[in-house]
Design a protein. Structure first.
Length: 395
């Protein structure tokens, strides 16, 4: 097996079982591995530390498959996928939903692999060189799970470019869809657009936070910003909100959200759908004196890496500043960041700065995270990408 030898002293993070090996930690390669090949990782003194997938074009030069010296073969992926599926079995059997994050990358021992199950369909993203190398075996392992009729690939995220990989999308295994794909969540139904929708088609990570909004919406005027297919907006309607306004820049996303209203047979209150730039619309609301009891800010990823954090911080602060200005006294701001390049600590500082500039006193009443099927490996804090704050403006 090809060996990757670390520089002296650079084995510390691996001994703490952090699964990434950065290019700056590599002293040399013994052999000529190709992109995605398995390498044996050794410290400068020759100790075997792990086996990993090699990525020559990424700053993350290797991602750990296993902490033992072993051969990586198709049965490895079958075992890892089965282990992850067992961990989600109770959620899918609970009746609360028919959809779950089946594979959550490093936290399930499969770096670069994201797989979401929607009923009998699994949508997979293969985002690293190692995941690409074992693409067919991962697809076979997913297809072998009980009740799975097809595996669809959505490996079209920008991060594949950092690995030197082209985008891929399309049916990997099984039969094409014969009917619209429907997700059930807390008694509501949502159509999932797996071919062209965001991520894998739906935001499963916000499942618990959708329910939180539903439970506090009774009698409130609710504003859902960056609403996509209406996950928060429809839960507010189901929670008997007095009024619901939803904004997104995507016409197709809003069309899907309207379809979801029809799918759930909602009549009152009607949702006010606004197609437009969220920041401009919020400024128009501010200038016209319009206010709300609850505002949800759930923008798309603004900082995929720490290098983008400064620019993203300005956008987050602007959105939260406007949000605070539009809240009625005693109102709640539910604000989220899914940017891996923005830490929870930095995000809280950004929101605090926005409240200060808005001239309001606010307090945090809850911290929100991704749902339980998005686990975080103890020694891999980078896996906790979704941060949320529930802030109340003091009257």
């Amino acid at each position: 097996m090809t060996r990757l030898i670390l520089k002296p002293g650079r084995e510390k993070s691996l001994k703490r079982r952090h699964p990434w090996i950065f290019s700056g930690a590599v002293a040399r390669l013994e052999g000529s591995p190709q992109s995605g090949d398995t390498v044996e990782v050794r410290s400068a003194d020759g100790a075997v530390l792990a086996v990993a997938a090699y990525s020559p074009q990424s700053q993350i030069a290797a991602r750990v498959w296993d902490w033992r010296a072993r051969t990586i073969a198709p049965d490895f992926f079958q075992q890892r996928v089965c282990r992850a599926a067992r961990a989600r079995a109770q959620l899918l059997a609970s009746g609360l939903t028919n959809a779950a994050r089946l594979i959550h990358g490093e936290s399930d021992g499969l770096p670069g692999v994201i797989a979401d199950q929607y009923g009998d369909t699994v949508v997979v993203q293969l985002l690293s060189a190692g995941a690409e190398r074992w693409r067919d075996d991962i697809a076979d392992a997913l297809m072998s799970q009980p009740g799975v009729a097809r595996v669809w690939e959505r490996s079209d995220a920008d991060v594949r470019g950092l690995e030197g990989l082209p985008p891929r999308s399309g049916l990997l295994r099984g039969a094409t869809l014969a009917a619209p794909l429907i997700v059930h969540e807390h008694g509501l139904q949502f159509k999932v657009e797996i071919e062209a929708g965001h991520k894998t088609g739906y935001y499963l990570d916000q499942r618990d936070n959708h329910l939180f909004l539903k439970n506090i919406s009774n009698g409130c005027a609710v504003l859902d910003c960056f609403c996509y297919s209406g996950g928060f907006a429809l839960h507010a309607v189901a929670g008997h909100a007095k009024s619901v306004t939803a904004i997104d820049s995507s016409g197709p996303a809003l069309a899907g959200a309207r379809d979801n209203v029809t799918l759930n047979h909602f009549h009152l209150p009607p949702v006010e759908w606004i197609e437009g730039d969220v920041f401009q619309t919020l400024r128009q609301f501010r200038d016209s004196g319009r206010c709300f009891d609850i505002i949800v800010l759930d923008p798309p990823k603004l900082a995929p890496t720490a290098a983008h954090a400064e620019k993203a911080a300005r956008a987050y602060k602007d959105a939260n500043l406007l949000g605070f200005k539009l809240l009625n006294p005693g109102g709640l701001l539910l604000t989220y960041s899914c940017s891996g390049g923005v830490s929870a600590d930095l995000f809280q500082k950004i929101v605090a700065g926005a409240a200060l500039d808005a001239g309001v006193d606010a307090r945090i009443e809850a911290w929100h995270h991704a749902a339980s099927d998005h686990p975080v490996l103890l020694n891999f804090p980078e896996g906790e990408y979704l941060k949320g704050l529930v802030c109340r403006v003091n009257p």
